[in-house]
Design a protein around this ligand. Sequence first.
Ligand code: PFF
Length: 463
Amino acid sequence: MSNLNPETKRETFSSGLAVFFATLGSAVGLGNIWKFPYLVGVNGGGAFILVYLICVVLVGMPVAISEFYIGRRTRSNPIQAFDKLKASPFWKIVGYLGVITSIFVMLFYSSVAGWVYLYTFKAIKGDFSGIANLPIKEAGEFVTREFDIVVGGALSPMLWQLIVVTIVSIIIYAGVKKGIEKVTKTLMPVLFILIIVCAIRALTLEGARQGIDFLFSVNFSAITPAVLLSALGLAFFKLSIGMGTMMTYASYFTSDNNMPATSAKVALSDVGVSMLAGLAVFPVVFTFGLEPGNGPGLLFNTIPLVFSRIPFGNILLIAFFFLASIAATTAMTSMFAVPVSVLTESLNMKKGKAVLLTGGVVFLIGILTVHPSSLLGNITILGKTFFDSFDYISSNLLMPIGGLLISIFVGYFVRKDDLVDELSNNGTLNNGSYLRLFRLLLKYITPILLVIIFLNSIGLLKL
Ligand code: PFF
């Protein structure tokens, strides 16, 4: 009880640093080390990164700040928040969509997180220690084969998914301070250090030059509407926006937090981690003759190779996958918080029950659909498996729709004075020009870009 704020009867984080690490813990995750490198690989390198950065500034940050506004202003879950703001009931759709989207994302996310956990376990067992003695080409073939075995297993991917869901459930059950804050504050700095070590090692490999060229050469002809859409989807996914996650976390922010600054710091640190991941992965891809467009397996194929070529590599490999597991866990924790906050506050469910229900739904639907050996794992709808559909529908449709609604709501339906009041902490922050720019983007740029890209994605507009 002592953790509750006496005014709001809700828990809050204990400091600005805790807010930063928790929010960064949500942003940094598998997106940086798994999705970012493979999307860069599939979409032709540097040009994609450039478009992605533009999406982060013009769309990602304005939506993140809008979510922060709604969350902290109301200190409520994404459904009740709109009641507190005296908005028309229509806007509650943002909250309902958020719950659905977070479940969709958790379905495939917990499965990849399970692979990461399993790789940690395999590294501890020494399964990769033989790679050091293999010639480069055979080492590449070895890791590719290992990945296929891990993902295609009949039972173990499901078991590891269950472990992920259980750990996340425990963190959420432990609460904002004792769960989310404690875990993110301890582990995010260590992840940073490890990814830097890994990038430095990769940059001293033979193929480093080619990797860097691939990452930084900008070829505009590679930018098709489909590439634009996936850059936008990635910006949403990376910053954990458009599905109520940031809104939920912001409802626990300290009252004196400088939220526009938090959004910039988190976006910047997050891009930093993604670039480091790219620098760690692509030199290895070229050195070991792997395909840059290799897809989701890129992380799992390259990282064991990087560490196989350095002294004490196996210990570092264990540490890296362990920390990647933590990144995945802290990101997933933030998604899990959305349905739990809605179930406990809007439906008055006991926390334990809400956690069990959320975890149960994710795990049960997950084992039936997202693994290659699942009962429905190989069924395809419009050419996509369930795994790919959950990913595509959430990143490219649901999150941008959520983001569009949030930006229109905050841009057009919130009184300017209320907005400025909240985002300047009652005028105590001197950030007037920053807020003017934010409102300009939010009103005229962010929603228009979202509509154009969205209409294109559903085929109503040909770019
Ligand atoms: N931002 C996380 C990542 O990049 O891995 C994923 C994520 C977390 C997406 C939370 C959505 C979310 F609500």
